[in-house]
Design a protein around this ligand. Structure first.
Ligand code: FE
Length: 230
């Protein structure tokens, strides 16, 4: 399997390029519009054909590259049905299996950061978007966020994965690149170490985060797959 973790520094966003070496088919998880040229170069250098862009959710902090990639390469964009991005080609729900060459992804609905958040589960790793972060979690105060729901999603649908499953998040602000389910269950300060649902909700309520810098631009744009708009 071809695998590359890509970082966009302005919004500390991780994107992931995965390719099947037998069929040269590829997917890109959470592409960022400003990085399109890098993706095109990378795909060409690795001789990969982009089949899908997989969104973990409709982002509030950066503009997705899914629409531009669709225009340039004919890739299809995949988003959860509840994300509110009717521009997508595939509106999926939890339990859907996506097969791209020899790569297999299970869509797991991990709502709570937004109502339409999903994680993409592979046999040895999971792409958690902004649900579970390394030593953290996504915020729950915008986009139908719900702390109780996020706790249930993470503990019920991610912490139940095999302990050595690799965790690849949608962001990291501290230079971490990868974790494991075992590490997050043990050490995640918000919901690891046996933290209860009520404790998690209280922690999230007390965060007092600033209004997201790019939300007023990013949200409407991402509801149109990143193509637009004034
Ligand atoms: Fe987000």
């Amino acid at each position: 399997m071809f695998f590359r973790q890509l970082f966009e520094p302005e919004t500390s966003t991780y994107s992931y390029l995965l390719g099947c070496e037998r069929t040269q088919r590829a997917v890109l998880i959470d592409p960022v519009a400003s990085e399109i040229d890098d993706y095109l170069e990378l795909l060409q250098a690795a001789n990969l054909r982009l089949i899908y862009t997989l969104e973990t959710h409709v982002h509030a902090d950066h503009i997705t590259g899914s629409g531009l990639l669709r225009e340039k390469l004919g890739s299809k964009s995949v988003v959860h049905r509840d994300g509110g991005a009717m521009c997508a080609d595939l509106l999926v729900t939890g339990g859907v299996l996506l097969q791209v060459g020899d790569l297999e992804f299970e869509v797991r609905h991990t709502s709570g950061h937004t109502s339409g958040c999903v994680s993409y589960v592979m046999s040895d790793r999971v792409f958690t978007g902004d649900a579970l972060l390394i030593g953290g979690s996504g915020r729950t105060d915008f986009q139908q966020g719900d702390a109780g729901q996020l706790y249930d999603s993470i503990t019920g649908k991610l912490f139940t994965l095999p302990a050595d499953t690799l965790v690849y998040p949608g962001h990291d602000y501290n230079g971490n690149t990868v974790s494991t389910i075992k590490q997050e269950i043990a050490k995640n300060p918000r919901l690891g170490g046996g933290k209860t649902r009520d404790e998690f909700i209280a922690i999230m309520q007390e965060l007092k985060l600033a209004y997201p810098k790019f939300i007023d631009k990013a949200l409407p744009a991402n509801q149109s797959c990143g193509l637009v708009v004034e």
